[in-house]
Design a protein around this ligand. Structure first.
Ligand code: PNS
Length: 162
């Protein structure tokens, strides 16, 4: 089975992430959305909430493909998580040239750490290429409308926070 791991912070998940997950699900038999739980960062959504919101977002936007997508938390190296999950591929999205520098560094580092794992890049769909979780959080904090940027699951969570 071809398994791919899509690692990230997903704090919160955006339509850009969902675009990458959906397209990866069209290629790989199983896609594991791997949510980095970094104890040094203080995320907007804690681990349990992020997992729940991502699961809901995948289920409500990807249709039948959602059944081939798993959502899991990890702490440590992405390649270690990939190895334990039996995944030979890491998936990442590229929104713009500015992403390329950090992404190529991560891809080469991961390949050095684990030569049997390859990184596959998807060009984020043009209509989502401006999106970032950081901007979404800032706009939401000031009461702006983020409904074009994040799925209903995130909007519901924002509404619950008041
Ligand atoms: O959504 P993000 O914050 O851009 O994702 C970054 C992520 C989680 C992919 C990256 O920080 C990562 O892989 N962290 C795990 C630690 C690790 O494996 N570091 C070495 C990779 S260069």
């Amino acid at each position: 089975m071809t398994i791919a791991v899509y690692p990230g912070s997903f704090d919160p998940i955006t339509y850009g992430h969902l675009d990458v997950i959906g397209r990866a699900a069209g290629i790989f038999e199983r896609v594991i959305v791997a949510v980095l739980v970094n104890p040094r960062k203080s995320p907007w959504l804690d681990e349990a909430e992020r997992l729940r919101v991502i699961r809901e977002a995948v289920d409500e936007t990807l249709g039948n493909a959602a059944a081939t997508v798993d959502v899991a938390a990890f702490d440590g190296l992405t390649v270690e998580f990939a190895r334990e999950a039996g995944a030979r591929f890491i998936v990442r999205g590229l929104r713009a040239v500015s992403d390329f520098e950090t992404e190529i560094q991560m891809a080469h580092t991961n390949r050095k750490l684990s030569p049997e794992v390859d990184t596959i890049f998807f060009m984020t769909a043009l209509e989502h290429s401006y999106l970032s979780s950081t901007l979404v959080k800032e706009i939401a904090r000031f009461g702006g409308d983020v409904s074009q940027m994040v799925p209903p699951a995130v909007i519901r969570r924002l509404a619950a926070a008041g």
